[in-house]
Design a binder for this molecule. Structure first.
Ligand code: LHQ
Length: 257
């Protein structure tokens, strides 16, 4: 069985982390394959990406057996070759990426989920910045995204204590957009992915770009970027369809163009 299951259906690319017996912990093979599959999501037919885990976990982060293997990858190459390229691909991908956190998301597994555009979790899922428990620092963008998502104070405590943060608490903190009861989680996350896939994909990509820019821009630069990106959005056929459909009091049919 492949460590990543990949399927494109109805404009949604489903990426399933697939090492269930290891709680979908990342080894080199899985990390490189995830990068490859994220690249495949650039295809025009894909209008939304959903990342989830198979079995009980979303992902328990780095496979700790691999890091203790003398023939395994070195710590620095784990970041430069495995995780950082994954985070960059998710942030740069010009479509919405949904993290459907079906179970525990720990270490790099948590931070890959947290850098996605829409983070959904099942009631029984939990998040854990497990790094501190083994003497490491939060990586995979954790020290960047966490304080921006939940504020400095909570980010420091979450990063240092490495406690289990239940999905409901993560939602209150601002790590997660919505939590669903386990029984309806799969259906509800599918609905969100399909909704996103039917939306104006180019407009969403430009929204993502504007939000990415806001992480580094000052206020004036951000207003300037909004002028440029909004003008670009207004040149899409989906924009024209959206306005026309509104005026004609009908449902819009967006093509992602
Ligand atoms: C695992 C793992 C795992 C291997 C569960 N590896 N097998 C960057 C740079 C360089 C180095 C290191 O890492 C990084 C980035 C990082 O991600 S650092 C953080 C690495 N992750 C962790 O420290 C989390 C380790 N796992 C846990 O603390 C627990 O497994 C959690 C809290 C996730 C789940 O606990 P339980 O529900 O009690 O499950 P379990 O511990 O029994 O795990 C289930 C199985 O999965 C078990 O296998 P077994 O054969 O005994 O049934 C675990 O050994 C395996 N597993 N995480 N990271």
């Amino acid at each position: 069985m492949s460590t990543i299951v990949f399927e494109i259906k109805d404009a949604v690319a489903f990426i399933t982390l697939n090492r269930p017996e290891k709680y979908n912990a990342f080894n080199r093979e899985m990390a490189l394959l995830l990068q490859q599959k994220l690249d495949e999501c650039k295809r025009a037919e894909v209008r939304c990406v959903m990342i989830t885990g198979s079995g009980k976990a979303f992902s328990a982060g780095q496979d700790l057996e691999e890091v203790t293997d003398p023939n395994g990858p070195k710590i620095t190459s784990i970041l430069t070759e495995h995780y950082n390229p994954i985070i960059r691909r998710i942030r740069k991908l010009e479509k919405p990426v949904v993290a459907a956190v079906n179970g525990v998301a720990a270490g790099a597994g948590a931070n890959i989920a947290l850098c996605c555009d829409v983070v959904l979790a099942s009631e029984s899922a939990y998040f854990m910045q497990a790094f501190s428990k083994i003497g490491l620092i939060p990586d995979s963008g954790g020290t960047y995204f966490l304080p921006r998502l939940i504020g400095w104070q909570k980010a420091s405590a979450v990063a240092m204590l490495g406690e289990k943060i239940p999905a409901s608490e993560a939602e209150k903190m601002g790590m997660v957009y919505r939590v669903y009861e386990d029984a309806v989680f799969q259906q509800e996350t599918l609905n969100i992915a399909h909704n996103l896939a039917a939306m104006p994909t180019k407009g969403l990509a430009l929204t993502k770009q504007a939000l990415n820019n806001s992480l580094i821009n000052n206020y004036e630069d951000q207003l300037h970027d909004e002028e440029i990106l909004q003008e670009r959005a207004s040149r899409t056929s989906d924009y024209h369809e959206g306005v026309e459909a509104f005026l004609q009091k009908r449902k819009p049919s967006f093509k992602g163009e």
